[in-house]
Design a binder for this molecule. Structure first.
Ligand code: DON
Length: 541
């Protein structure tokens, strides 16, 4: 009997240790997951792995992984230190409030050289490495996997081959001087090798010289020569370490991104609204729940439009917007019976294809990082410089009061264009913490990021679904303008649909909302159901 007890205890000890010794990662490409594993196994921590993954995604996921864009990192260390890193692009010094108005009909905020903000990713990754890297690995070690992937190439997936073929004519028309392998006019097929020699050269420069190669050296020189920016624009780019927004939801600490992302504020407002007195969101996928959600978003996206932008230019504080008495007053106007009316602020929208990427890493010591990074649209402006695509993030500013951007989002003064200002984002990398448990999560999806993160957190924390069930679940989205409730295929029954229409909701259907990448202790939840090459792994040491 005693022997059995000892054996069982040993088993528990062993299983416990295995979990303690495991790391987890979820990302939008299996090669990025391989890179994370190799860095962790060489003694790197989650932050080293994130830097290496970010550079590798710039190679294997050129639609969104980038060095020509920017993003946000939310961090929670093994010592329970919470931080956020803002490496969002900034408007060049020559930018002005009305710069796109005269171009209103020709999409210049999306497709021209003026569409690009000064990229933040290279400085962002450098500062992440300097501040949180383990020092077991050098900067050069973290660049090496990306350089190898660019230099020797990698096999194109089905998804990538389709995108490259789809965008081929745009690549060629946007880049009269060529764009390396992207302008060759090949018909891409799954399994072909994509070699990016120009990108490899740029990455080698960044490896050897550091971020100065990008911001003062040959890359800056190229960008200046091609009239994107001035030398001063490039040299004056700064990342920002920002105090995270921290909320509480169902006993979990919710650590999320403050402005210039609207994501954190909107997420915490939605979580608060969904649990208010006499709330109607006690069920999943019911008429009452979808109705209340739509009405909450009407309030949350109005606050986003009116108040949020680069925090250096905001007149309202995040504390004001998260104050519960303020929020309860706003929520009190919701009519449980009828669809409300969004204030008359927006003109009709146009929609474009878009892409961003998110990855989540939790290492064996409990260091965690959630990074969402983007070029804005798929392949950004589709303009290619020094081996990489440039962002078209200027479209995230409010080009003109009430004029929607590619996601239908509108804005006013807080998000108007000014030199060196950061454009408002919806990216919502988030970490949930309860004791030793951590959940690291996020998704692409433009304006739908916020509601997607909200639904996953709610399903996981409130309704006890597993992380994977929460990620897989069919999503719903609304954003005040246009006055539409978007339902992902499979998220509704005919009865629910009929009753929602009866309440006055205009409904549209979406094939796919987001592409979530989440991890927790010893668990992964990549979004394998929606299109893409998402991948995740529990890594044992
Ligand atoms: O920062 C933002 O909110 C947008 N530029 C993100 C774009 C995006 O997520 C496109 N995604 N699928």
């Amino acid at each position: 009997m005693n022997r059995i007890i000892i054996l069982v205890s040993l088993c528990f000890l062993f299983v416990g240790n295995v979990f303690a010794q495991s790391a987890s990662v979820a990302a939008a490409h299996p090669l990025a997951v391989d890179v994370v594993e190799s860095i962790l196994k060489k003694g790197g921590n989650a932050y080293d792995a994130a830097v290496a993954a970010h550079f590798s995604l710039a190679v294997v996921l050129p639609r969104a992984g980038n060095i020509g864009g920017g993003g946000f990192a939310v961090i929670h260390t093994s010592n329970a230190e919470a931080a956020t890193l803002d490496f969002r692009e900034i408007a060049p010094l020559a930018a002005s409030k009305d710069m796109f108005i005269r171009y209103e009909n020709d999409n210049s905020s999306l497709t021209s050289k003026l569409a690009s903000g000064v990229p933040g990713s290279v400085k962002g990754m450098w500062d992440l490495y300097i501040r949180y890297g383990s020092r077991n690995l050098s900067w050069s070690d973290l660049l090496t996997p990306a350089i190898m992937l660019a230099d020797t190439g990698f096999f194109v997936t089905k998804k990538l081959s389709e995108e490259l073929n789809y965008n081929s004519s745009d690549f060629i028309s946007q880049n009269p001087n060529g764009c390396g392998p992207f302008c060759k006019g090949f018909i891409w097929e799954q399994g072909m090798r994509l070699v990016q020699s120009e990108l490899a050269e740029t990455l080698k420069g960044i490896r050897d010289i550091g971020p100065n190669y990008f911001y003062y050296g040959p890359v800056a020189k190229q960008l200046v020569e091609q009239n994107y920016f001035t030398m001063l624009d490039m040299a004056s780019y700064q990342i920002r370490w920002r105090k995270p927004l921290i909320g509480e939801y169902m006993g979990w600490e919710v650590i999320t991104m403050p402005p210039p992302s609207s994501g954190g504020v909107a997420l915490l407002q939605l979580l608060c609204g969904s649990e208010r007195d006499l709330n109607t969101m006690q069920e999943l996928e019911s008429v009452a729940s979808y109705h209340d959600f739509t009405e909450l978003t009407r309030i949350v996206y109005e606050d986003r439009a009116r108040h949020l932008g680069d925090p250096d230019y905001m007149n309202t504080t995040t504390a004001d917007l998260l104050d519960t008495s303020y929020l309860y007053k706003r929520f009190a106007n919701i009519d449980p019976k009828r669809a409300g009316k969004s204030p008359n602020l927006a003109v009709p929208l146009s929609e474009e294809s878009s892409e961003t990427t998110h990855f989540s890493i939790l290492d064996k010591d409990g260091n965690s990082v959630a990074i969402t990074t983007t070029l804005n649209a798929s392949y950004g402006s589709k303009r290619w410089v020094s081996g990489f695509f440039m962002n078209n993030e200027m479209d995230d500013f409010s080009i003109s009061p009430g004029v929607p951007n590619q996601f239908g989002l509108i804005g006013f003064e807080a998000n108007s264009i000014e030199p060196s200002k950061r454009m408002l984002s919806s990216m919502t990398p988030t970490i949930l913490v309860k004791g030793d448990q951590k959940v690291v999560l996020g998704t692409p999806g433009g304006s739908t990021i916020i509601t997607n993160v909200f639904h996953v957190i709610r399903r996981f924390c409130r309704f006890g679904q597993t992380l994977q069930e929460s990620v897989n679940s069919k999503k719903v989205h609304a954003q005040a303008w246009p006055e539409v409730l978007y339902l992902e295929e499979g998220s509704y029954t005919k009865k629910v649909l009929r009753k929602l229409k009866k309440k006055g909701h205009k409904i549209e259907f979406k094939k796919q909302i987001g592409r979530f990448q989440a991890v927790s202790n010893g668990t992964i939840a990549p979004d394998l159901l929606r299109t893409g090459d998402s991948s995740g792994r529990v890594i044992f040491y």
